[in-house]
Design a protein around this ligand. Structure first.
Ligand code: ZN
Length: 235
């Protein structure tokens, strides 16, 4: 029997909302609202990486970590049926993880609030006094540094591969669930099964990568997980 695990992107995937963007909106002196600001130009022209672009924003934010975490818990909406998917995976012995280019300070609070604190989080980690203002220190998990075929500055292949290793290696199935450009490499090069929405679904279609679409809730994913688990159980 092969163990099934799920790796979720966070912003606009596991959460229906873009929580990272919401953290910056209204709290960086207008810098992230103004699309012509230098910080956007440098990112678009490739001078700064996605992670550097994000750090620049959080380093000028006018809130402490505890204020941001509270706001994230209030604002984030976890996509319906996420809990049901997680419980099926956990009950059958698999791992549920988040792989996000975002930051733990806004990912963990909504998951804790939703009772999903068992989800492993692979994201940027912010270290600072919870009540202190930025600049913060940013650390990234070792799974970010695993090389993959893309050679990109950030990709989620390492997270998927480490979840597969933890669950028995080649026999284990790792489902990847995502929505955006940063998810393309993982969907192409690391995932066994892909569930996608928006840009990632279009990309998979265009490039002939098998993917199942989801929309308002995780019903397609839950159906798939239930069928795989009952198949395994029958063996
Ligand atoms: Zn990759």
């Amino acid at each position: 029997m092969s163990i099934i695990s799920v790796v979720f992107d966070f912003d606009s995937t596991l959460a229906t909302t873009y929580v990272g963007g919401e953290m910056l909106r209204g709290h960086t002196g207008g810098m992230y609202e103004d699309e012509t600001a230098e910080v956007h130009q440098r990112f678009r022209s490739g001078i700064t990486t996605l992670l550097e672009y994000q750090e620049e924003g959080f380093n000028v934010i006018d809130e402490s970590i505890s204020e941001m975490s509270q706001r994230a818990a209030d604002y984030a909406v976890i996509r319906p049926l996420a809990r049901e998917v997680c419980e099926q995976i956990w009950n059958s012995g698999g791992t549920v993880a988040v792989a996000s280019a975002g930051l733990d300070i806004y990912i963990r609070p909504p998951l804790d609030k939703a009772g999903l604190d068992k989800i492993e989080i692979h994201a940027g980690m912010v270290t600072a006094d919870p009540t202190g203002l930025p600049p913060f220190r940013y650390d990234y998990p070792s799974s970010f540094k695993d090389t993959c075929q893309s050679g990109g500055a950030f990709c989620k292949c390492g997270v998927i591969n480490s979840v597969r290793r933890e669950n028995g290696g080649a026999d284990a199935e790792v489902i990847f669930v995502g929505d955006g450009t940063v998810d393309q490499c993982a969907a192409t090069n690391a995932a066994d099964t892909v569930f996608a929405t928006r840009k990632l679904f279009d990309y998979c279609n265009y490039n002939g990568i098998p993917a199942t679409e989801f929309d308002e809730d995780f019903e397609p994913l839950l159906s798939y997980v239930l069928s795989k688990i009952s198949e395994n159980g029958d063996r």
